[in-house]
Design a binder for this molecule. Structure first.
Ligand SMILES: Nc1ncnc2c1ncn2[C@@H]1O[C@H](COP(=O)(O)OP(=O)(O)O)[C@@H](O)[C@H]1O
Ligand SMILES: [Mg+2]
Length: 435
C-alpha cells in the first residue's frame, strides 16, 4: 500500500465528505429553498438557479480550515486550542520518545525524547522521510492502511547500537468539524537492557552447562576405561581414580560457586547490618591458605592493624571474598614469590571514608584489555591455566557481587610483568573505626 502523498490542496486533517455534507446540510437546505422560491416567482431561470446552488454547495463544502490552517501551525490541526494544548502536553510529557502523526504520517507533535532519537523529524513533515529504518516504514504503512496497531523492533546504530521497539497506536483526536480524526501515536521503547539480560542469561546457562559437561565427560570416559581395557591394570586404576577425584572436585567447586553466586544475588538488595571485625576474618583466610602458599613457595606478608576494624558485613560472604582474592594472588601471581595483604583507610572519589583491603602480588600481572571483563562470570585470561589450577572463572564475579551487597567496590590495578593489586573497598561505618 502506498503512503498518502502530501498535497497542498488536500489535507488528511479535513473531515471526510459525509461529515462535511452533514455540517453544511442546513446552509444547503436554506439555499435550495431560496433558489426554488425565486424560480417559482419567475425571478430566476432554473438553469441559473442550478448554477447558483452548485456554487453555494461548493463554497459550503470547502473546508474553512484552509483559510485558517496557518493560524496555529504548532497546535494539533483542526482541534480547538485547549484540546490541542492538552494533546501536545500529553505527548510532551511521555517519558519515552513519542510522536503524534496525522493519518498520512505527517508529524503533528513530538516530544524532546523523539527529536533526540530522530533529529530529522519535523512538525508538519512526513515522518517517513525522517525515519529511515525499513522496519519503521513498513509498520507505519501498515498502520496507515489498516488503522490497526503495529509493533516493530529494529536496531538503531546512532549514537550507539540499541534495540528499539516501536509501537504505533491509532488514536482518535477530536476534529474541528465535530467528528474525530484517526491520528497515530508512535512510541519508541529502548529494549537494549532487556535484551542484554536475556543474552546474559542464555550465555550463563550455556557456559555453566559447558563447564559442567567437560568434567562429566572426563569422568564417564574414565569409568568406561576402568570397566573395559584397564579393568585389571592396578597402576592405571590408581592414576585414573586420582584424575576422576580431581574432576569430581572441580564439579563440586563449580556447583558451590554457582550456588554462592545465586545466594548473593538473591539478597543483593539487602545490605548486611551486622557489625563485624574484618581483621580476624582476613587472618583466618590467610591462615587457611598457608598450605597453598607453601606449595607455591610464596611469602604472604600480612599488614593489618592491631585494633578491631568494624564494618557492616556478612561473615560468610567476607570469608569467600578474601579467600578468592588471596587464592588468586597465590595461584596466578606465584611467580612473584610474594603477596602482601594490607588494610588502610582512604577517601572514595565522592569524598566518603572507606576501609580498603588490598591484596597485592608481584606475578605476571594482567594485560589492560582484560581488566574491565575480569568480574564477568566465567571470564578468564587463560582458560587452560585457570582450569589446571582448579578455577571456575566465577571467583571475581562473586567478589564483585559480595562487594555490591556491602555497598562497596572492587578496584583492580595491574602493570603487566609487575603484578596485580585487587582492592576491596567498604564504606566506613559512621560510628567506629580505630585511629
Ligand atoms: N592476581 C592475579 N594475577 C593475574 N591474573 C589474575 C589474578 N587474579 C585473577 N586473575 C585472572 O582473572 C581470571 C578470573 O579470576 P576468577 O574470577 O577468580 O576465576 P578463576 O580463578 O576461577 O579462574 C583468572 O582466570 C585469571 O586469569
Ligand atoms: Mg579465582
Amino acid at each position: 500500500m502506498a503512503i498518502e502523498a502530501p498535497s497542498s490542496s488536500s489535507s488528511s486533517f479535513f473531515s471526510p465528505w459525509p461529515d462535511r455534507l452533514r455540517n453544511a446540510a442546513f446552509i444547503l437546505a436554506v439555499a435550495a429553498a431560496a433558489l426554488a422560491f425565486l424560480v417559482l416567482v419567475d425571478e430566476l431561470s432554473p438553469l441559473r438557479a442550478g448554477a447558483a446552488f452548485l456554487c453555494i454547495a461548493a463554497a459550503a463544502l470547502v473546508p474553512w480550515r484552509l483559510n485558517n490552517a496557518t493560524a496555529s501551525r504548532d497546535d494539533v490541526r483542526g482541534v480547538n486550542p485547549v484540546e490541542a494544548a492538552v494533546v501536545s502536553a500529553v505527548v510532551a510529557g511521555m517519558p519515552d520518545p513519542a510522536v503524534l502523526l496525522d493519518r498520512a504520517g505527517r508529524v503533528i507533535h513530538l516530544n524532546l525524547a523523539a527529536s533526540q532519537l530522530a533529529p530529522a523529524l519535523r512538525k508538519n513533515e512526513l515522518a517517513q522521510f525522517a525515519l529511515r529504518s525499513p522496519e519503521i516504514i513498513t509498520a507505519l504503512r501498515e498502520a496507515i492502511a489498516t488503522s490497526e496497531p503495529r509493533r516493530a523492533t529494529y536496531l538503531d546504530h546512532v549514537p550507539v547500537d540499541r534495540w528499539m521497539e516501536l509501537i504505533i497506536t491509532p488514536v482518535p483526536v477530536p476534529s474541528a468539524f465535530g467528528g474525530v480524526e484517526k491520528c497515530m501515536l508512535m512510541t519508541f521503547h529502548d529494549q537494549t537492557p532487556l535484551r542484554r539480560v536475556e543474552e546474559m542469561r542464555a550465555d550463563f546457562v550455556a557456559n555453566a552447562s559447558h563447564e559442567l559437561r567437560t568434567p562429566l565427560a572426563a569422568l564417564s570416559g574414565f569409568i568406561d576405561t576402568l570397566q573395559g581395557p584397564a579393568k585389571d591394570d592396578a597402576k592405571a586404576r590408581e592414576r585414573f581414580l586420582s584424575i576422576m577425584h580431581a574432576q569430581a572436585t572441580r564439579m563440586a567447586r563449580l556447583i558451590d560457586d554457582l550456588l554462592s553466586l545465586s545466594r548473593v544475588e538473591l539478597s543483593a538488595h539487602v545490605r548486611p547490618d551486622t557489625s563485624i571485625d574484618i581483621v580476624p576474618i582476613i587472618r583466618q583466610v590467610a591462615d587457611g591458605l598457608e598450605p597453598l602458599a607453601r606449595e607455591r613457595q610464596v611469602l604472604v606478608e600480612i599488614d593489618l592493624p592491631e585494633k578491631p576494624v568494624q564494618i557492616a558485613g556478612d561473615r560468610e560472604e567476607l570469608l569467600r571474598l578474601f579467600e578468592n582474592l588471596i587464592e588468586n594472588a597465590l595461584k596466578y601471581g606465584a611467580a612473584g614469590g610474594k603477596v602482601i595483604v594490607s588494610l588502610s583507610t582512604a577517601t572514595s572519589g565522592e569524598g566518603a571514608p572507606e576501609i580498603r583491603v588490598m591484596v597485592r602480588d608481584f606475578g605476571p600481572g594482567i594485560a589492560p584489555e582484560h581488566l574491565p571483563r575480569l568480574t564477568e562470570r566465567f571470564y578468564r585470561v587463560d582458560v587452560g591455566d585457570s582450569r589446571s589450577q582448579g578455577g571456575t572463572g566465577l571467583g571475581l564475579s562473586l567478589v564483585k557481587h559480595i562487594l555490591n551487597r556491602h555497598r562497596g567496590r572492587l578496584l583492580i590495578e595491574s602493570v603487566p610483568r609487575h603484578g596485580a593489586t585487587f582492592t576491596a573497598c567498604f564504606p566506613q561505618p559512621k560510628s567506629s573505626f580505630p585511629a
